[in-house]
Design a protein around this ligand. Sequence first.
Ligand code: EPU
Length: 338
Amino acid sequence: MIRTNIDIQHLNSFGLPCLAAGFCQVGSLQALTSICEDAGFKHSQRLILGGGSNVVLAGDFPGLVVQPDWHGIQIIDQDSQSVTVSAGASEVWHKLVIWSVEQGYYGLENLAAIPGWCGAAPMQNIGAYGAEFSDVCTSVSYIDLDTLSQHSLTSDQCQFDYRTSIFKKPTAQNWLVTGITLRLQRQGNLNLDYPGVAEMLQRQNIQQPAPADVAAVITAIRQQKLPDPEVLGNAGSFFKNPIVSTNTVDAIRALHPDMPHWATGNKIKLSAAWLIEQCGWKGHRKGPVGVHRDHALVLVHYGNGSGRQLLELADCIKQDVFEQFGIDLQPEPKIIQN
Ligand code: EPU
């Protein structure tokens, strides 16, 4: 079941070269148990890899890469207002979104065209166009590979926040998400507030949009702005948008009155893309890696590069933003280095 010395370059959306000492796909607790007891890998490091769209592989991986193989999308409960849907961790997220809007359900339309699998959605609490995974999540199930026990966390227990959750904590490193459940609405209010969404619907002369219309428009906007990982290696936003105090914002705005910023609770969210662009990095190429020409938050791999080169570029950007604005950018993808 475990294959050795497997190249997983095609399993990460950056297309970074990486040789995994061991690789396996597992779809049951029984299979996981035998894999965790395999003499060759019993004590080795493990990496749980889903769709590979939010990971930087900084070199070869000396341990065991485990790819979950849990499938199925089904309605598990419903009433006159809502439906509760479960999805296996290995279902492609966008496929779930399309299925839900085709049924006419509200809740996932703004999260269309986000790369990756359903099991990764809770990790970083995926979000876009004014919606977040946590808005619809009711529970997440996982298996702890250290104890080989199954668990389920309610949405509250998942500790969701902006691009983070309990699943990103070091204690959750060996938790393999097997499935998610979501509550979707039969009727709902569409969130069209994010710049560009209402405008595009209007341009298409859609007066009373359904969730499927919103999903289609958001897919089109994303395709315009973000490079397709099948064509140009990337992992979407490379840095989180920094959340800072009003004092920090006031100090920067004294010099840059046009800096975009948004209130979030009693703090302010800044645009990492804007900060990076101000430092002159947009469209800049450094050998096989670079910053996308249309979006400064997206680092790209042109091919024949390494995770290390990508991380060096990210460090240079981070340093420049810190020197110019005093803001410490934090990467969004999971960085795997040994
Ligand atoms: N901007 C620039 N330069 C750029 C791009 C953007 O200055 O090159 C400024 C503009 O002022 C723009 C603002 O940044 O109005 C916001 O840009 P955008 O709408 O593209 O959103 P973002 O903050 O860069 C976030 C998410 C994206 C998500 C979009 C849309 C994070 C880290 N990223 O990006 O998520 O698709 O909003 O909701 O929160 C991802 O996580 O991989 C991802 C793509």
